[in-house]
Ligand binder design. Structure first.
Ligand SMILES: [Zn+2]
Length: 260
């Protein structure tokens, strides 16, 4: 995990991580220290309910380069976490977004109205606090897009998996598109076409770690340092350099999350 080829010459800003995950328990502090020494200049670690949101805030307190997002993930709407709790956590000075929030019809699709309700309430909360949102959309492209068009929030659609047409609509709304390790997978069919059309100023890179490690680490525990492989692939698709992609996306992340 700490091999020499993970040393990065350019800044990496990982806009979507889950460092509260218990897969990091034995290595978290060492790992965060090493990747920060090797080019990772910023991380947004996301909550999925009250417990993980609090853990995200604690990490943000402990590490200057870590920022937190707090929210109720569509898979956690039965966790007992309330919108009021999220509101309270969101006032923390290192909370930079409401997330991850959204719709997931892949795992459960018999609670769509409840998912939509929790999603919309958190968008309203984000707008009230003038924070961006971090959107999770899995197998729910139609409803997600409709809700984004209705509320017009600031934010990012993370681990984008929709069509080129959907990407065009998201871009029209001025929202960012998060691209992760999936872009390096051979079965990422639509994603290269999406990656080609994202305007420079709306492109973000992310891991969703510990999940979705890019090739050549596919299937292993992912971490933010591996973003260089994702950026390399994006650069190849867009006909530019890894350096340009990493500099650009770090700048974009700071813009979206209002980090100086
Ligand atoms: Zn996530």
């Amino acid at each position: 995990m700490y091999s020499e080829d993970l040393i990065n010459s350019y800044p990496i800003f990982d806009t979507h991580a889950h460092y509260d995950d218990n897969r990091f328990d034995d290595i978290r502090d060492d790992l965060l220290t090493v990747i920060h020494q090797n080019g990772v200049c910023g991380i947004v670690t996301c909550g999925c309910d009250e417990v993980s949101s609090k853990k995200a805030l604690k990490m943000a307190e402990d590490y200057s380069f870590i920022y937190a997002a707090v929210g109720i993930h569509p898979g956690n709407i039965d966790s007992g976490t309330t919108i009021e709790q999220i509101l309270e956590l969101a006032t923390h000075k290192k909370c930079v977004a409401i997330g991850e929030i959204g719709l997931d019809y892949y795992w459960v699709d018999d609670n769509k109205p409840q998912q939509i309700d929790v999603f919309e309430k958190q968008i309203e909360l984000a707008k009230k606090l003038d924070l961006p949102i971090i959107v999770h959309d899995r197998d729910a492209h139609g409803d997600t897009l409709e809700i984004l068009k209705k509320h017009k929030p600031k934010g990012v659609v993370h681990c984008f998996s929709g069509s080129v047409e959907m990407a065009q609509e998201v871009i029209k709304l001025g929202m960012y598109i998060g691209v992760g390790g999936v872009v390096t997978f051979n079965n990422a069919k639509k994603l290269p076409d999406v990656v080609r059309i994202i305007p420079d100023e709306l492109l973000l890179v992310e891991t969703d770690c510990p999940y979705l490690a890019p090739v050549p680490y596919r299937g292993q525990v992912c971490h933010s340092g591996l973003i260089k492989y994702t950026a390399q692939k994006i650069a190849e698709i867009r006909g530019t350099t890894t350096e340009q992609i990493l500099n650009l996306t770090a700048k974009n992340a700071k813009n979206l999350f209002q980090i100086k």
